[in-house]
Ligand binder design. Structure first.
Ligand SMILES: Cc1cc2nc3c(=O)[nH]c(=O)nc-3n(C[C@H](O)[C@H](O)[C@H](O)COP(=O)(O)OP(=O)(O)OC[C@H]3O[C@@H](n4cnc5c(N)ncnc54)[C@H](O)[C@@H]3O)c2cc1C
Length: 447
């Protein structure tokens, strides 16, 4: 057990609430501040943004006994359904039998996490915007506006779980030797909706993540519990096939008829949703250090915001908590070394999942429709089934294992080099599952 501290967590998002539960279980007094109203009191029907939870996130929930409760509001997703043309759907299973990720409504999940944290004894302060933190004392300042009057609240330790545009990080940025970078992608996204059938059933297979890959743009759909799907259209902000190029109803309807003809029957409110819903931006943010002595620490998107193409932002944030918990176990009350080890062990992995996420856009938008890529995946799966101890595919390492992201990335790069050699073999399309191919991979693995 640690000596009880008075801890502030800034941000009641997915990471802040789970962190608060962990800290409370360790006997600390935990206060969570959020600038927004209590999410349990907000009506968000009609806009059910969802995300996927995978093994790293499930582990962090399981370790505090919350996995079953959370998975109860999720839909298992076992494969990608790749819509390559009208009525042509290729299926790619994510892992081995029984390996699934979960589609969850972000709003429902956040509500549940706040409920669970409150049940665990965490105190929440909503509509309290934190403007400042004193890095040497952990004291936070709250107020209605940046230039108005601020109240201060004293703590022993403050965590910034306040997302990609973190105010706590903003304060740390003013230190010398604080490195920071922010890069916007020229790909934006917009949410659309596939409503449920009249009887409440799903219009598409609910256990698939649906993708319509079209080169530098793509459409994705993930199921919700109420029978609907949330679709996300990813495309460049400007240029050919971009948000900027779709200004009128006619342009939009033509575009969908050309590129996503099979969605016409399932997205009835395309025009209304498209012009009503905002176009959002995607950013990768990296920084270091993440902590200041034993007083202030960043966690989740506040220290590593990534693009969403691997579905790992929240999962990585949850894994930060798993690592922090290991450090609390190891270091006890030595918070300065505890936080130092936490940031040093997480930083390379946060950079690795940022890189993997960026690369996955290319994989999802163009490669999933590429014959060579599909052949590569087929060979990898076949070899991995034959030699599971020698070959775990990159996606499985990232999504169904707890191997550090940096290691998964390095091994994935090596596997890709091997596969590029294999794909050069004569008549590989016909002989992809031959002994010759097997021996070649075994030989390259030994090299
Ligand atoms: C389109 C999209 C799809 C995604 N899909 C997935 C997915 O499938 N799987 C996955 O794992 N991740 C996904 N992510 C990433 C995931 O959403 C984030 O990684 C996750 O929400 C980060 O949680 P967080 O608690 O760190 O930050 P946030 O969720 O951003 O929460 C921050 C909280 O801090 C509060 N706050 C901010 N500033 C202040 C302040 N000054 N004072 C008080 N409160 C403040 C905010 O109100 C908010 O409640 C996706 C992201 C996007 C954009």
């Amino acid at each position: 057990m640690q000596n009880p501290k008075k801890i502030a967590v800034v941000g009641s998002g997915l990471v802040g609430t789970l962190l608060a539960i962990y800290l409370k279980k360790r006997g600390h007094t935990v206060h969570v501040y959020d600038r927004s109203p209590d999410i349990r009191k907000i009506n968000f029907t009609g806009r059910s943004i969802n995300l996927v939870l995978s093994d790293r996130g499930v582990k962090a929930l399981r370790d505090v006994g919350l996995d079953e409760e959370v998975l109860g509001i999720g839909i298992p997703v076992e494969k990608r359904a790749i819509h390559t043309g009208v009525d042509t759907v290729n299926e790619q299973f994510y892992g081995k039998d029984g390996e699934v990720i979960y589609s969850l409504s972000r709003g429902l999940l956040n509500r549940k996490m706040v409920d669970l944290a409150e049940k665990a004894g965490v105190e929440f302060f909503f509509e309290e915007k934190v403007w400042d933190v004193d890095l040497t004392t952990a004291t936070i300042s709250i107020g209605e506006s940046e230039r108005g009057e601020w109240k201060t609240r004293d703590y022993d330790l403050t965590f910034g779980a306040d997302g990609a545009f973190s105010r706590i990080r903003h304060k740390m940025q003013r230190q010398s030797m604080f490195n920071y970078s922010q890069e916007f992608l020229n790909i934006g996204y917009k949410e659309l909706n596939i409503p449920a059938n009249a009887d409440g059933t799903h219009k598409l297979d609910k256990n698939s993540l649906h993708i319509w890959p079209r080169g530098n743009f793509m459409l994705m759909a993930l199921a919700n519990l109420d029978g609907s799907f949330t679709c996300t259209l990813f495309m460049p902000h400007d240029g050919e096939n971009s948000f900027e190029s779709l200004k009128t109803k006619e342009q939009l309807v033509d575009f969908f008829a050309n590129h996503f003809p099979d969605t016409e029957a399932v997205i009835p409110n395309l025009v209304e949703d498209f012009f009503k819903n905002p176009t959002s931006y995607l950013v990768t943010m990296k920084c270091f250090p993440w902590t200041f002595s034993d007083k202030v620490a960043l966690i989740g998107d506040a220290c590593h915001a990534i693009v969403p193409f691997y579905g790992h932002g929240m999962n990585a944030g949850f894994e930060d908590i798993t690592v922090l918990e290991q450090m609390m176990e190891q270091y006890g009350d030595d918070w300065a070394n505890l936080l130092n080890d936490y940031e040093n062990s997480r930083k390379p992995n946060a950079d690795a999942i940022a890189e993997l996420s960026y690369r996955n856009f290319l994989e999802m938008s163009s490669k999933t429709a590429d014959a060579n890529f599909l052949l590569q995946k087929k060979i990898e799966k076949w070899f991995s089934d034959k030699h599971p101890e020698l070959w775990v595919p990159l996606y499985s390492r990232v999504t169904f294992s707890h191997q550090p992201y940096a290691e998964a990335l390095a091994i994935g790069d090596r596997q890709n080099e091997i596969m590029q050699e294999v794909l050069k073999m004569e008549n590989i399309v016909e002989n992809w599952n031959s002994e010759k191919v097997e021996n070649k991979i075994l030989e390259l693995l030994k090299a």
